[in-house]
Design a protein around this ligand. Structure first.
Ligand code: S3P
Length: 431
């Protein structure tokens, strides 16, 4: 699908957001492993969480929406999954593959996890290494999926694992395997990443000097429960930046997840001179939520680096757009993980923003961006088949003069079906 976006003179209105992808994956997996039927309110239709649902169904778990649209998942306990009669197809979803590998490593039956072309190029040693240390029998193909997991002969061993890379997916994989491992499994996290898994499992978390230590015990029970998935902060991010950089704008989003391990974009926008207000803060289930309003503001360049990075890892493509519209220089460092996402996002954003006339230099671990907002000029760019690159370029297209064309834009559906309609609905375009 080819999407065109015209320069907007204002953005106005209320944006409806998809439910949080990260929390949705976890709610489906934990419900499948829970004892009895769990209900999940606001489970999203986006492709990635649907991949997780398809996989748990292949593992013999009934998961259907009831008449009210609420998802009901018939959990069968930690040992209730059935041997799959086909490979588990994780689609484009790294979270599905890495989290489910942790679960599969503990099963008495074998499995194969595979995915699309992009997912088959993403690094999987990062999960195979700790799982092997726990005694799992795993084979990769040159470090990549398809992942073949053989049945465990006996229980996995509990380990103490210090994460070599700040990754919530790796952390969650080891914690889920820990449900099947003798004694305790301890994950040490020197640079904290999103904490949904430990919140939702109700795990013991110790923190000393900024280093987090998470402990899970073998057989940790997961009761059947009711989950409510909040609005996805990472989806809101595109409209937070859009509402900031397009003049005369005011946008509101309700029920946005505001987990502090996810929302460092708010800190960055504040630092750049942005105008975002949060109201009606509340807690829904295990997660903080609020209503967010953004108004246009003139931004200054900034530095984005260090411990902030894992807390805005998915927002960096759209932060690059904000930086391209700001005055002065923005430096993004310590973000080498972006090179192994659905595409190499540092390269994709540098190439695309430069095509619009921005001044972006690539570094190994980041970007240096000279603000050049008033001079951006619409042209044709590619999505690199990456949902966040496509949507970030949609935001850039609202600012660039004329029309910006985004090829292969349908990949937005991976996390935000309806994104292009929401963007059109709030944009005021001069004829
Ligand atoms: C996610 C963790 C992050 C993030 C991804 C979702 C999760 O990946 O980029 O979109 O739900 O755990 P990494 O763990 O690879 O940093």
């Amino acid at each position: 699908m080819i999407q065109t976006v015209r320069q907007a003179s204002a953005l106005r209105g209320t944006v409806s957001l998809p439910a949080d992808k990260s929390i949705a994956h976890r709610s489906a997996i934990l419900s499948a492993l829970g004892n009895g039927t769990s209900t999940i309110h606001n489970f999203p239709d986006s492709a990635d969480p649907q991949s997780t649902l398809d996989c748990i169904r292949t593992l013999g778990i009934a998961a259907e929406r009831n008449k009210q649209g609420v998802l009901e998942v018939d959990g069968r306990g930690l040992d209730g999954l059935h041997p799959p009669d086909a490979p588990l197809d994780c689609g484009n979803s790294g979270t599905t593959m890495r989290l489910l590998s942790g679960v599969m490593a503990g099963q008495k039956f074998g499995s194969v996890l595979t995915g699309d072309e992009s997912l088959q190029q993403r690094p999987m040693e990062r999960i195979a290494d700790p799982l092997k240390a726990m005694g799992a029998r795993i084979e990769l193909v040159d470090g990549h999926a398809p992942i073949r997991i053989r049945p465990t002969r006996e229980d996995l061993n509990g380990i103490e694992y210090r994460l070599p890379v700040a990754s919530a997916q790796v952390k969650s994989c080891v914690l889920l395997a820990g449900l099947y491992a003798a004694g305790e499994t301890i994950v040490i996290e020197p640079t904290p990443s999103r904490d949904h898994t430990e919140r939702m499992l109700g795990l013991q978390v110790d923190e000393v000097g900024g280093v987090r230590e998470l402990t899970v015990e073998q057989g940790h029970t997961i009761p059947a429960t009711t989950w409510t998935v909040p609005g996805d902060f990472s989806a809101a991010a595109f409209f937070l930046v859009a509402g900031t950089v397009v003049p005369n704008s005011e946008l509101t989003m309700e029920g946005v997840g505001l987990n502090p391990s996810r929302n460092a974009l708010l800190e960055v926008l504040d630092d750049m001179g942005g105008d975002v207000t949060v109201e009606n803060e509340r807690v829904e289930g295990a997660e903080p939520v609020g209503d967010v309003t953004v108004r246009s503001a003139r931004l200054q360049g900034t530095e984005v680096a260090g411990r902030l990075i894992p807390n805005l890892i998915d927002e960096i493509p759209v932060i690059a757009v904000a930086a391209a519209c700001a005055e002065g220089t923005t430096e993004i460092r310590d973000a080498q993980e972006l090179r192994v996402k659905e595409t190499d996002r540092l390269h994709a954003m540098a190439e695309n923003l430069n095509a619009l006339g921005a001044e972006v230099k690539e570094r190994d671990d980041g970007l240096i961006i000279e603000g050049n907002g008033p001079n951006l000029l619409g042209t044709t760019v590619g999505s690199f088949d990456d949902h966040r690159v496509a949507m970030a370029m949609g935001v850039a297209g609202l600012v660039a003069h004329g029309t910006t064309t985004i090829n292969d834009a349908e990949c937005a559906d991976v996390s935000f079906p309806g994104f292009w309609t929401e963007l059109e609905d709030v944009a005021v375009v001069e004829e």
